[in-house]
Design a protein around this ligand. Structure first.
Ligand code: AMP
Ligand code: MG
Length: 345
């Protein structure tokens, strides 16, 4: 989550965009830049853009283009829209290799890379287990052993075959179901930030739920301030904030989306090895060079044991991670080498 100040609401624009010009700041040499904030619900969350622009028209045009890109990506990646490209791939890609758009190819290639790095803790084929989890939310009943075994048999990223030359995807087993919920918002945030850049706007931040993509810092500042939502602040641990620019931050957590069965909480993040949602309250934060990587890794590192996660984070350049885990009645914080000290106790 990010903290903003001096917000002043103005009437909504067409397209449902909310335009909020904020007090201007003067850079020493450049033109007068005003701060703008736009937001739009997409992919089950609110996408928010904060940017600095010399005038209203440039800001609105850039933001509209960025939101149009988010809309385009939702139409490709959604598992709620039956007519999305992802859902067509799921229906037809198990029969013959299915030609896909560059976006779907890219996001799947990135997903498989993180699956390999995390040895399946992140698995883009987790769809059948997500369906079971959604069913628990509806019925209040955990899946039985047979249901779990049947779904787990369809979950294995190694059964997704990408052909880089033909740009096709082949699903090796009928009934497989792909789910981009753990990487799609980050991928969209990267694409939106790139679109803002192509409109001449470098000083910008895109926030999509727990995903934050950062461009150059605001005028007169050396960084953006990103506040991290951790479950341990309720026990008195200090809130954690990061100062960053030209980077991405993602936080995956168990505390917001979960189902409760027999007094136990099961997160929407699923451990593919058990087939069930993670238990207990926890958060995992990843800093990376881009938001797709940060998003997927934050989910992967939520599932992996912390010690393995530290090793993985420290093996990747430009990556640092931070964990809050339950310990007894309280919480414990862990950080990989390179994670800013502002969040350590
Ligand atoms: P995030 O909030 O980024 O951690 O993503 C959570 C979402 O990703 C869930 O709502 C599922 O749609 C999907 N998901 C759950 N578990 C996994 C997993 N182990 N690997 C990949 N995607 C997952
Ligand atoms: Mg994620």
């Amino acid at each position: 989550m990010t903290h903003l100040s001096n917000n002043r609401k103005l009437p909504s624009l067409a397209l449902g965009l909310c335009l909020i010009p904020l007090p201007s700041s003067l850079s020493a040499r450049g033109p007068l830049l005003k701060r703008y904030e736009f937001s739009l619900p997409r992919m089950g969350t609110i996408f928010r853009i904060e940017l600095y622009s010399p005038d209203d028209a440039t800001a609105a045009k850039a933001a509209e283009a960025a939101f149009a890109r988010a809309e385009e990506l939702e139409q490709i990646m959604s598992d709620y829209r039956e007519d999305s490209e992802l859902m067509r791939l799921v229906r037809e890609g198990a029969l013959v290799p299915f030609p896909v758009s560059d976006d779907l190819y890219d996001v799947l290639a990135k997903s498989l890379r993180i699956s390999e790095l995390s040895q399946g803790a992140f698995d883009v084929t987790v769809g059948p287990l997500v369906d079971l989890w959604r069913n628990v939310r509806k019925t209040g009943r955990l899946p039985d052993a047979a249901e779990l075994a049947q779904a787990k048999a369809l979950v294995d990223y190694k059964n997704v075959e990408l052909d880089a030359v033909r740009r096709t995807v082949f699903l090796k087993r009928a009934g497989m179901k792909l789910d981009l919920g753990a990487i799609g918002k980050g991928y969209a945030a990267d694409q939106m930030l790139a679109l803002l850049h192509s409109h001449g706007i470098r000083q910008a931040m895109v926030v999509a739920g727990g995903e934050v993509a950062l461009g150059a810092p605001p005028p007169g500042k050396t960084s953006w301030r990103v506040a991290i939502d951790t479950p341990d602040t309720v026990t008195g641990n200090p809130p954690c904030a990061l100062l960053l620019h030209d980077a991405a931050v993602s936080t995956s957590g168990n505390s917001r989306q979960f189902v409760e069965v027999n007094g136990k909480r099961y997160s929407h993040i699923i451990d593919p090895s058990t087939g069930l949602g993670l238990e207990g309250a926890a958060s995992t934060t990843v800093i990376a060079m881009n938001s797709a990587t940060a998003d997927a890794l934050a989910t992967a590192l939520s599932v992996m044991p912390v010690a393995d996660g530290i090793r993985l984070a420290e093996s990747l350049s430009g990556v640092a991670a931070f964990w809050v885990r339950q310990a007894g009645n309280g919480f414990k914080r862990y950080a990989s080498r390179g994670f800013p000290t502002s969040c350590r106790e």
